[in-house]
Design a protein around this ligand. Structure first.
Ligand code: SF4
Ligand code: MG
Length: 308
């Protein structure tokens, strides 16, 4: 992704111009083959919007998306697939699971018998029996429905999966099963994930690298280990401090992050985080900091005038 902007018109109508929301602002980022890159940030930070740009479900206003396929030719499969948060609304209730899972192949004109065989095969890969193909989505639990959605993504032999909060609609007891399944799939198929999440515990477990978004801007990009152990950006530091730890009780987020997240319709000048940042100085109000390596850490990028 090079300098991606996504501006979304809000409201407007007869003789009334829309207000433009900068959902994503000047984001440059890459996801490597076989890598899990997590996009984290509070709601409204632009994570899903950016994910949909990557998946081709939304067009960027400016900037370039380049996909370097690792496969010669590249026909016969769809390189980027999406898994959504809510596994129920993402599955058509009138179709049997075999048809749902095989849909990406139907759209490509693959004949019915071949589709069914492939559907049973990918259902097996996500731990569901062949009979599952003949049943309807409502006959499955939330965790099983998310497995069905994963099978539908897999059938297209993607090189990348955009997973938008894939665990957050599931019971805590089954989240780890689905998490392990995603991990296994990555190891088996070498698929890259763009993993969108606000759950830092899950991100720490799954991600190779993490990109932190705030009001549509990148605050920090680093290897997962570096980001969690030595966060450079004040916003990342605040996010991590708000995560509950065993034996330490939960500190209230408000104690660390002052005030509310500003309206994305009127983002603060300079560094967008300056209205809530404990380290903010005058320069932060007027100059947007560039995303640059933290001192002595060439691969840990942080957009802050006073980064650690
Ligand atoms: Fe805080 Fe200034 Fe750094 Fe922004 S640039 S995160 S306001 S210290
Ligand atoms: Mg979202």
């Amino acid at each position: 992704l090079e300098h991606i902007n996504v501006d979304i018109p809000i409201g407007g109508g007869f003789l009334k111009p829309a207000v433009w929301l900068q959902a994503v602002n000047d984001v440059s980022l890459s996801v490597l083959k076989g890598e899990t890159l997590a996009l984290v940030g509070e709601s409204g930070s632009g994570k899903s919007t950016l994910g949909y740009v990557v998946a081709g479900l939304r067009k960027q206003t400016a900037g370039t998306v380049t996909f370097n396929s690792a496969r010669p030719g590249g026909e016969g499969h769809t390189p980027v697939q999406v898994i959504f948060q809510d596994p129920f609304s993402a599955l058509d209730p009138r179709m049997v699971v075999g048809e749902i899972v095989a849909e990406p192949l139907r759209l490509k004109g693959v004949p019915a018998d071949k589709r069914q065989a492939r559907a049973v095969d990918v259902l097996g890969q996500v731990g569901l029996p062949p009979e599952a193909a003949r049943r309807y989505p409502h006959q499955f639990s939330g965790g099983q429905r998310q497995r069905i959605a994963i099978a539908r993504a897999l059938i297209a032999e993607p090189e990348m999966i955009v997973a938008d909060e894939p665990l957050s609609a599931l019971d805590v007891s089954i989240q780890s099963q689905v998490l392990n399944l995603l991990d296994d799939i990555k190891k088996q198929h070498g698929i890259s994930y763009l993993f969108i999440s606000h759950d830092l515990g899950v991100v720490r477990h799954l991600a190779d690298r993490v990109a932190v978004l705030y009001l549509g801007r990148l605050m920090e990009v680093a290897a997962s280990e570096d980001l969690f152990q030595t966060p450079s950006h004040p916003y990342t530091q605040a996010l991590l401090a708000a995560v509950p730890r065993i034996g330490r009780g939960r500190r209230k987020k408000e104690q660390i992050l002052r005030g509310e997240i500003p309206s994305p319709l009127a983002p603060p000048s300079g560094c967008v985080f300056h209205t809530r940042c404990p380290k903010a100085q005058d320069i932060c109000k007027s100059q947007r900091p560039a995303l640059l390596p933290a001192p002595g850490r060439p691969t840990q990028l942080s957009a802050c005038h006073f980064k650690d």
